[in-house]
Design a binder for this molecule. Structure first.
Ligand code: B12
Length: 292
């Protein structure tokens, strides 16, 4: 993925933190990234994943012990959880994706990462993690009628296992879409595994292709719907307090007629006015816009 100079610098700091086993510095880097508005996808793919590749290289060259690698992996899993907690989903998609590492595959950071990326995109996600026997995977996908299955492998030795699983999944009556990918796919194999609808190592391409193949278009609410939601929420909170429109309008320093149109969802309210209402109602702007 293309990385901004800022993301590259954060990645260097994060890599140094992992290599020295410094979980606090790793957390500071992630907080810094979040505060600077770097998106969750960009933190995962532009900071955390490349840092783990460096960890792998250091381990391969004997500069890092297995214990130090485990520490780096677990620091990253923890940070991935923090980022997930701090991230709003783009929307809610009813389609379900099952994410699994194929049989024999012990690397599960990528599956956790991909599962979270689909979660951010709005999908219902079932994460199975490491070493998933093909027969059990197929049973689960059949029972749940999952729309999409993402299979991961980190070594070319497991391509046959992935192909076998993909072919069995494609033979299911409901015909799920199947993606295969990961560090174990040599460049020449990209696009060429029987049964797979996509062979790729790019989670971004997987997210895009999944939506295209399953015909999922954005369900983001229109401005009218959002104004209606905000209006109803303001009215609800006002009534909970037993306040009249005049009392809330005075508390927020707004005109009563203006407040009336806001409550009806007919006013393209300014952020400043919405903040005043949130303050007067002792709540946050986020809570007014998206009560959940
Ligand atoms: C941590 C780690 C381990 C840990 C795993 C911990 C865990 N529970 O996950 C442990 C210690 C268990 C381990 C074991 C082994 N490991 Co290891 N490990 C790593 C390390 C350092 C990080 C892996 C990781 O989490 N990367 C971060 C994730 C996010 O990156 P990723 O897996 O590449 O996934 C990205 C993409 O590939 C993509 N992706 C992944 N799957 C899919 C699927 C689809 C559909 C799509 C679209 C995209 C996609 O999305 C991710 C984000 O971009 C890597 C180094 C590296 N280069 O990654 C080595 C590495 C993967 N391991 C390696 C090896 C050799 C092994 C062992 C064979 C070592 C041994 N002799 O025992 C065993 C194999 C165990 C097994 N049977 O699977 C090699 C693999 C070499 C190869 N491919 O030929 C690597 C590359 C290290 C190296 N430089 O040599 N390992």
């Amino acid at each position: 993925m293309d990385r901004s100079p800022e993301t590259q610098l954060l990645c260097e700091r994060y890599t140094a933190a992992l290599l020295s086993g410094d979980d606090r510095e790793a957390e500071r880097v992630v907080l810094d990234a979040l505060q600077r508005g770097v998106g969750a996808d960009a933190i995962y793919l532009g900071i955390l994943a490349p840092a783990l590749v460096e960890v792998g290289e250091a381990w391969r060259h004997g500069e890092l012990s297995i214990a130090q690698e485990h520490l780096a992996t677990n620091i990253t899993l923890e940070q991935m959880g923090h980022i997930r907690d701090a991230t709003r989903r783009r929307e809610h998609i009813s389609a379900e994706v099952v994410v699994a590492a194929v049989a024999g595959e012990m690397h599960f950071v990528a599956t956790r990462m991909i599962a979270n990326l689909f979660h951010f995109d709005g999908w219902a996600v079932v994460h199975l993690g490491a070493d998933t026997p093909s027969a059990d995977l197929v049973d689960l996908v059949r029972e749940r009628e999952s729309e999409l299955v993402v299979l991961s492998l980190s070594h070319p030795d497991r391509i046959c296992t992935a192909q076998d699983a993909a072919e069995r999944l494609k033979a299911l009556a409901h015909g799920p879409v199947v993606f295969v990918g990961g560090a174990g796919i040599p460049d020449a194999e990209q696009g060429e595994i029987g049964g797979a609808d996509l062979v790729s190592s790019s989670p971004t391409e997987a997210l895009r292709t999944a939506r295209a193949l399953l015909g999922i278009t954005s369900e983001r609410p229109t401005l009218d719907i959002q104004l209606g939601t905000l209006g109803r929420r303001v009215q609800e909170l006002r009534k909970q307090r037993g306040w009249s429109q005049q009392r809330l309008a005075s508390a927020a320093g707004l005109d009563r007629t203006y407040l009336g149109t806001v409550e009806q969802g007919k006013q393209n309210i300014t952020i400043g006015a919405a903040l005043k209402l949130a303050d007067a109602l002792d709540t946050t702007l986020g809570e007014l816009i998206d009560p959940g």
